[in-house]
Ligand binder design. Sequence first.
Ligand code: SF4
Length: 340
Amino acid sequence: MEGIESVEEVRAALRAWFDREARDLPWRRERSVYRTVVSEFMLQQTRVATVVPYFERWMERFPDWETLAAATEEEVLQLWQGLGYYARVRRLHSLARAVRDRGGEPASEAEWLELPGIGPYTAAAVASLAQGEPVAVVDGNVVRVLARLCGDRRHWKNSGAAVADYRAVADQFLDREHPGRHNEALMELGATVCLPGNPLCTVCPLVDHCRGAAEGDPGSIPRIGRAKTVERELYRAWAFRHGELLLAEGGSGEGRLEGLLELPTVDGLPRNWKVHPEPFAKRVRGIGRERITEWIVTVEPAKGRLCKGLRWVPLHELDEVALSGPHRRWIREILGMERG
Ligand code: SF4
């Protein structure tokens, strides 16, 4: 590794730190391939503290590949509800069916990569963490730690380019005798000490080996261009009659919401319904690179058939249907407002 004199010493310091400081997490307490895969899917773009209760509930309901493969989409969506990024749970569900259909788990990174829904990061993480294969895991955390260690102040146009560049470095740095511990330790250091804007160098086990820290301002490494935020606006309908609320099956091209219910967009309503133009609520949220402003307007339904994908849901059944997390929150807030 360029800029690092004693790679073996750095690996040993990292390992010793992880043996001492590793967080006690349910998927670490009892390790299996299945548990590792589920935790990796849940942890994508989601904080550890949020994932823990979901993981525990999931393991009670779907303790292995077989039970997950046999479950319906409705069941898996319901248990995932609130964790967001629903494309993940669909991929996990398809993966369970693929594992069942091939008669067992893949045994190597290359075999994992042949299955649906598994990318290079997850394949390497599962193969090394749960199966002991000496392959390096590279994600944003790993790039950050390694680039700072090497004092690498190059500029990348996006994080994908930085990850691609750092595969060879991570491979060189990999501890081939303890690949799982090493990968996990590196990711843990990135998540808890070598933080994005504010690295905690004074408590870092690698500070004596870190070129970025020695040269100053390690927080500015790595230099990665930011993707532009895309602004979007949507008008959502609040249509309510006889204790029932109008909901729509999400989707309309957004795979992450397919199968979940949400407040319908005004565009998807029958044309003869009266839409009050003044929104009575506004919600803003970010999804990936998008910043979406959602205006909620009152709509008066008229007689006639509903368009495809729309349905009336009694309020007392709202807890039983698979509803998108933010929409469930908004509906509760709005109902609270109305009662108040
Ligand atoms: S010393 Fe600081 S910059 Fe270097 S790896 Fe540790 S936390 Fe990151």
